[in-house]
Design a protein. Structure first.
Length: 232
């Protein structure tokens, strides 16, 4: 099959609240996806370019990270698809309706990271109102929770009232998540047997399972997909 005819799955990470952990979530899941043997890329739509700067510090070739403005998103997506990408992550900017809307329009799955704090809980309503009219499957991911989990439990109960699915895997507030980003890595790379790595692995499996359940265009991929060799 011609690479241009293959179907690329898109995961958008969206939150209108700054500091919710969008970039950390996108980077960790993208690395897990690349480690699983998929050609993986990230489009960094945040003007702060945190994902792009992480990529500059990274030695591994994948995932490819491209910085782009929301207005250029369709062009960049086509370019990445033509290069053979199988799984694309969109790291959106906070307080940016245009980027979030563009990402939600084309995503197969939308992940909404949310910390168990009142300001995050208030902001998540705005995020859901913005994106839930789209066709993507939406899952809230509890992020930076305490090890005890009481705050997260109360937050999940509150989110349940918003009629949105909550991912059963939580990301606990662990040093490995933030420390690994400094060196252009992820928690599963610096501590492969650690608790943070296990959480990401479980979340990645959840994401893959629900990606396959999406009512999206499905075409058989070719046996060989060209790897993305050159960074943009």
């Amino acid at each position: 099959m011609n690479k241009k005819d293959s179907y690329m799955k898109i995961i958008a990470v969206i939150s209108q609240k700054g500091g919710s952990g969008k970039t950390t979530l996108a980077l960790h899941l993208a690395v897990a996806t690349a480690a699983a043997g998929k050609n993986t890329a990230i489009i960094d739509l945040d003007p702060q370019a945190s994902a792009t700067k992480w990529s500059d510090r990274r030695e591994a070739e994948l995932p490819v990270v491209i910085s782009a403005h929301a207005s250029r998103l369709p062009n960049e997506i086509q370019r990445i698809k033509d290069a053979g990408c199988e799984i694309l992550f969109l790291d959106t900017a906070p307080h940016s309706d245009s980027a979030a809307l563009e990402a939600a329009k084309i995503a197969d799955v939308v992940l909404v990271p949310c910390r168990p704090a009142i300001m995050d809980m208030e902001a998540i309503t705005n995020t859901l109102d913005l994106i839930r009219t789209k066709n993507a499957a939406i899952y809230v991911v509890m992020n930076a929770t305490s090890a005890q989990g009481q705050e997260a439990k109360e937050a999940i109960e509150a989110i349940a009232q918003l009629e949105v699915s909550v991912c059963p895997i939580q990301l606990v507030n662990r040093v490995a998540f933030s420390r690994s980003i400094i060196t252009g890595q992820t928690a599963q790379e610096i501590e492969p047997s650690g608790k943070a790595a296990k959480e990401i692995s479980d979340l990645h499996l959840f994401m893959c399972a629900h990606m396959n359940k999406c009512n999206t265009k499905s075409e058989e991929k070719g046996n060989h997909v060209k790897q993305i060799r050159q960074r943009a």
